[in-house]
Design a protein around this ligand. Structure first.
Ligand SMILES: Nc1ncnc2c1ncn2[C@@H]1O[C@H](COP(=O)(O)OP(=O)(O)O)[C@@H](O)[C@H]1O
Ligand SMILES: Nc1ccn([C@H]2C[C@H](O)[C@@H](COP(=O)(O)OP(=O)(O)O)O2)c(=O)n1
Length: 223
């Protein structure tokens, strides 16, 4: 861990982790790490290279060798696999549907967790890292830890809006609620672990949510 500021944020799908974490990183002038993007990019690579995600050996080899580049600026997203810009492709429903199989492999997780820890250790300006297991596994010793939640109905509505109304209710439930259920088998993000501050954004707009997370961080820092 660096001696600079590290903020860990976890939460379920559609709770606002990515958008809120970027704003929090800008506020504190920190770098930003989207760990979900890593699992999504590896899934994209497997589908692209026709790696069978149910074949554990092939999956682990892919995790060890996939040519991955990720930026850490909250202002400019860089996510590349083998030089291909996959920022949009990794958000497609076909990736959301396959990513939990990849993320449930414990050896794959360890490879990506090690990579995430390296990103955090190398962040000269400190970092906001967000995902499902940052507060509990990747950086339990972070300076401030927040679990960002919102009720299921609100999260489904937010994801629906974000995808421009292209997905019906059943598709959204599949991509959000059912994925959370699968992910809950390997990571714990529905209840705040000891020392982690819960921020429920169900009744907060975007700006209010950012303010609530900044306040939680300041409290954790004793400010
Ligand atoms: N408090 C909020 N109120 C309304 N919309 C929000 C709020 N927080 C996030 N959003 C929007 O909800 C969508 C999902 O947020 P995102 O940050 O992608 O969530 P996650 O990373 O947890 O899946 C985005 O379009 C984001 O702008
Ligand atoms: N630290 C993390 C981050 C994401 N994951 C997995 C579980 C999620 O289904 C996928 C995608 O995560 P992502 O944060 O992009 O998903 P949402 O935008 O919240 O829907 O990756 C994980 O297992 N551990």
């Amino acid at each position: 861990m660096t001696d600079t500021l590290v903020i860990a944020i976890d939460g379920p799908s559609g709770s606002g982790k990515s958008s809120v974490s970027k704003a929090v990183a800008r506020h504190f002038n920190l770098e930003y790490l989207d760990t979900g993007a890593m699992y999504r990019a590896l899934t994209w690579y497997c589908l692209n290279e026709k790696v069978d995600v149910e074949d554990a050996t092939a999956l682990v080899t892919a995790a060890r060798t996939f040519p991955y580049v990720q930026g850490t600026s909250p202002d400019e997203e860089v996510i590349e696999v083998g030089g291909v810009d996959v920022r949009e492709a990794i958000r497609e429903p076909r990736i959301s549907e396959a990513v939990s199989s990849v993320a449930s492999n414990l050896e794959v997780r360890q490879i990506l967790i090690d990579l995430q820890r390296r990103f955090i250790a190398e962040a000269k300006n400190g970092m906001v890292a967000e995902g499902r297991d940052i507060t509990t596994v990747v950086a339990p010793d972070a300076d401030a830890r927040v679990l960002l939640t919102a009720n299921e109905e609100v999260r489904l509505a937010r994801r629906g809006l974000q995808l421009g109304g292209t997905q019906n209710k059943d598709q959204l439930v599949h991509q959000v609620s059912e994925r959370d259920k699968k992910d809950s088998k390997t990571t714990s993000f529905t209840e705040a672990a000891p020392g982690v501050t819960l921020v429920d954004s169900s009744d907060l707009n975007f700006e209010e949510t950012i303010d609530a997370v900044i306040a939680a961080v300041n409290t954790a820092l004793g400010r």
